[in-house]
Write a protein that binds this ligand. Structure first.
Ligand code: AMP
Ligand code: FES
Ligand code: ZN
Length: 312
């Protein structure tokens, strides 16, 4: 198998693009997909300060690497969830990348540790406040991503969601006809109101397999294990189903998700209309000032509850 572009020996075949690439041309392909995503969705410019949420996994570390190599001003945030060895190992991978690759390029890593703030790791915290672990984790992560982005004056916040993540989420939203979520499921969410950072997903054109290959070929040391709390989750099932379809008919995931984005843009669900809707219902949380639909935001409610039940 030879590289479609330069005809030297290929290291990876991409059936959905009917192509194969050598390492150099594959890196060029990956960088080009991210550049195209950023441009077509107007995610950010070279002068913007970007905050990348990094988990220690392949996608977000690859994203940080790609943005820096494309010449963007990208710092990162790692949220330590306090999930035993999983968090210890992912924390170590993030720190290693930050020191070896990002710092020499002038980029900074911000750290937030849940245990320090709430007095317990995510699993114990969720048990004590009687909430499912993953939704507690989601609330805290979303809050911290936005909080650090706003407080440190970043122009945009980026996550490592890839084509597989977005296609699986779309499948879940369609199966349950969650129209409100469908309306908001895009690769770029504007800073709808003051206090909410703009959020982007520059990897939505790349698959999980392509990002794993990018990380391995570029010697990015990442945590291979999924979060132990995610075992048996519906998202993993949707990914499996989509992978089956992809094997039978390469390009299915891309057709499904990109097709949805095209339809969405035709519906002209513009930033302006969403902003108007959001503005009507959001106001500052009386405790932390972050926008919320209630008087006190769900994060502050959770932390207030944690204070009463977590032994100190
Ligand atoms: P997940 O929901 O685990 O698939 O993660 C989706 C994206 O959220 C990742 O690609 C990261 O950008 C971000 N992320 C997940 N976990 C963390 C974390 N502990 N700290 C910082 N960012 C994270
Ligand atoms: Fe949040 Fe696993 S519980 S990443
Ligand atoms: Zn609040």
């Amino acid at each position: 198998m030879n590289c479609t572009k330069c005809k030297t020996k290929a290291v990876i075949g991409l059936p959905r693009h009917n192509a194969a690439f050598c390492k150099g041309c594959f890196n060029g392909f990956v960088h080009d997909q991210v550049a195209r995503a950023i441009k077509s969705e107007k995610m950010c410019g070279k002068e913007d300060r970007i905050l990348v949420a990094v988990s220690g996994g392949k996608d977000s570390l690859a994203l940080w690497d790609i943005l820096l190599k494309l010449g963007y001003r990208a710092d990162a945030l790692y949220v330590n969830l306090g999930i035993g060895t999983y968090s210890e190992q992912s924390h170590a991978k993030v720190t290693k990348f930050a020191e070896a690759v990002a710092a020499p390029l002038g980029a900074t890593l911000h750290l937030h540790t849940i245990e320090q703030e709430a007095g317990a790791g995510i699993k114990e915290l969720a048990q004590l406040i009687h909430r499912p672990t993953c939704s507690t984790c989601g609330t805290i992560k979303r809050y911290q991503f936005n909080h650090v982005a706003i407080e440190q004056h970043y122009d945009v916040m980026a996550t490592g969601h890839n084509l597989d993540d977005e296609a699986a989420r779309l499948l879940g939203n369609v199966l349950h006809w969650q129209e409100e979520y469908l309306d908001k499921q895009g690769p770029a969410l504007p800073a709808s109101v003051e206090g909410f950072a703009k959020k982007v997903k520059p990897l939505y054109r790349l698959s999980e397999r392509e990002l794993a290959a990018y990380a391995v070929l570029n010697r990015i040391d990442y945590i291979v294990e999924e979060c132990p709390m995610a075992k048996g989750s519906k998202v993993l099932l949707y990914k499996e189903v989509l992978n089956r379809l992809e094997t039978e008919s390469p390009g299915t995931k891309q057709m499904f998700y990109w097709g949805f984005l095209e339809k969405q843009s035709k519906k002209q669900l513009t930033a302006a209309t969403m902003t108007e809707k959001d503005r009507a219902v959001l106001h500052p949380c009386t405790s932390c000032s972050q926008p919320t639909t209630a008087e006190v935001c769900s994060y502050c409610k959770m932390m207030a509850r944690a204070k009463t039940v977590v032994p100190r």
